[in-house]
Write a protein that binds this ligand. Structure first.
Ligand code: NDP
Length: 487
């Protein structure tokens, strides 16, 4: 049954948009080489003008971060650093509505998701890492692990504030300073975070934010004053960054693409599994690196699962992301919409059967209806490439061994899901699936205490949990007092 809902728009009044934003360097906003506009993908309305950082601006940001590292942050006791992180976490909570509305405006994701997932998880990452700041000597990396120095961080547009939190919180907790580059299409919450750093009295230069495009990211990656690069984004750009860092001696962690298998066995409760399938691929319009974009259904329940899935997809509400009833928001950019369209066309041309939920699309903005493909073969591009949109490829299997064979038949290895009521089968599958994160009878669940990261072309290094600290510590370093992260 489909219910009609009256509009329930969240007010934008809580957000004060400036006409233009500078770069955040050395604790204050400054000018840069040129400007670009950021728009709302739901309406194509220009939201603000943002500064494009050129190489000389990146240079200033790295110098500010180096100075803050040497004079302030690396010599500050861990318990003092922790206080700043707790303060930032609390301000994120206090300004949660403002952050959620701004994220939804700039990214196009439903307010329900930015309000209930992105912003609370961002605060949780700061709380979690604040707790580690004075306990690094007990994290299993020796009694006095050292910080690395200045970290360059490049993040994508799918979870702008949350990816910032995943990167900035552990770096700061471990005693490093950062220069962060947000994605070109979603810079606004990072710039609001810069204001939060000011509000928290974070020492100038500890966090620097340089907005721009891929060229800004390239300048940051290539800068000789950077000790470590942390990147989340496409596998293609990840490979380029790996090549650039290989000759520089910089440390590197990469969190790249995925093509996760979501495996449904015949004993799984169908309604619960369907909720997990929908959450796995339509959450955040499928702009999720660990999205369950390949559904593997046991042949004996294929008809039941597909019928229930189509029924459920028919109830998804697509439209104004600021409406609290909206399930599926806007595609983040025209470029991403074109990419989704191109891959969907290839699926049709290669012989897979397309079915899209019968939902009307708004006239303005970038939209794509939730879509499934059946009759998909392993060789189809839609079964192999990351679509990064609300498009699910459905395959079948007969035995657990076949499910493993198909699930692992991908260049990626970021996540996977298993739906069955048998605990032994979950464990059997989990030990054979080649993926960094495996969810059982759930999907897309995140916790700052749980490490996240990939195998193969999904990248290397872990974010979150004790394991994630390792990416920001010189674990082979000596116990000298200077630079000791746990002083
Ligand atoms: P990119 O990998 O290009 O972007 C990620 C970040 O890297 C952005 O901040 C981007 O800047 C920056 N960047 C781009 N080129 C370089 C470079 N040469 N050196 C350093 N930094 C760089 O992803 P896109 O946004 O272009 O999306 C393309 C595809 O990537 C998507 O269709 C999707 O399939 C996949 N993707 C996967 C993600 C994941 O988490 N797995 C996240 C995002 C995208 P800017 O955006 O300003 O150009």
């Amino acid at each position: 049954m489909r219910f009609e809902y009256a509009p329930a728009p969240e007010s934008r009044a809580i957000v004060t948009l400036r006409d233009s934003y500078g770069l955040f360097i050395g604790g204050s906003f400054t000018g840069g080489s040129s400007v670009f506009k950021t728009i709302s993908p739901a309406s194509e309305e220009v939201l603000a003008e943002v500064t494009h950082a050129g190489p000389e601006d990146v240079d200033r940001a790295v110098a500010a971060a180096r100075q803050a590292y040497e004079r302030t942050w690396s010599v500050m006791p861990g318990r003092e650093r922790g206080k700043y992180l707790f303060r930032i976490a609390r301000i994120i909570q206090e300004r949660a509505r403002e952050l959620a509305v701004l994220e939804t405006l700039d990214n196009g994701k439903p307010i329900r998701e930015s309000r209930d997932v992105d912003v609370p998880l961002a605060a949780a990452h700061f709380f979690y890492h604040a707790g580690w700041a004075d306990k690094l000597g007990y994290a299993g990396f020796g009694p006095s692990p050292r910080s690395l120095g200045v970290v360059g961080q490049v993040i994508p547009w799918n979870f702008p504030l949350l990816m910032l939190a995943w990167k900035v919180a552990p770096a700061l907790a471990c005693g490093n300073t950062v220069v962060l580059k947000p994605a070109e299409t979603t810079p606004l919450t990072a710039l609001l975070f810069a204001e939060i750093c000011q509000q928290a009295d974070l020492p100038p230069g500890v966090v620097n934010i340089v907005t721009g495009d891929g060229a800004t990211g390239q300048a940051l990656v290539a800068h000789p004053g950077i000790d470590k690069i942390a990147f989340t984004g496409s596998t293609e750009v990840g490979k380029e960054i790996a090549r650039a860092c290989a000759v520089s001696g910089k440390r590197l962690t990469l969190e790249l693409g995925g093509k996760a298998a979501n495996v449904v066995f015949d004993d799984a409760p169908v309604d619960q599994a369907v909720e997990g399938i929908v959450n796995g691929i339509f959450f955040n319009q499928g702009h999720v690196c660990c999205a369950g974009s390949r559904l593997l259904v046991q042949e004996s329940v294929y008809d039941d699962v597909l019928a229930a899935l189509r029924r459920r997809m028919g109830t998804l509400r697509l439209g104004d992301p600021l409406d609290k009833n909206t399930d599926v928001g806007a595609i983040n950019s025209r470029a991403q919409l074109d990419k989704i369209g191109e891959l969907v066309s290839s699926g049709e041309a290669e012989g897979a059967a397309r079915w899209s939920a019968p939902c009307p699309l708004p006239d303005r903005g970038f939209w794509f209806a939730p879509t499934i493909f059946t009759e998909v073969s392993q060789a189809h591009r839609i079964a192999r490439e990351e679509i990064f949109g609300p498009v699910l490829s459905v395959l079948t299997f007969r035995t657990p061994a076949e499910a493993i064979e198909k699930a692992n038949n991908t260049p990626y290895g970021l996540s996977a899901g298993v739906w069955t009521e048998k605990g032994s089968l979950i464990l059997w599958m989990a030990s054979r699936l080649r993926a960094g994160v495996i969810w059982a009878n759930t999907f897309n669940r995140f916790d700052p205490a749980s490490p996240f990261g990939g195998y193969k072309e999904s990248g290397f290094g872990r974010e979150g949990g004790r394991h994630g600290l390792e990416a920001y510590l010189d674990v082979a370093g000596s116990a000298d007092a200077a630079g000791s992260a746990d002083a």
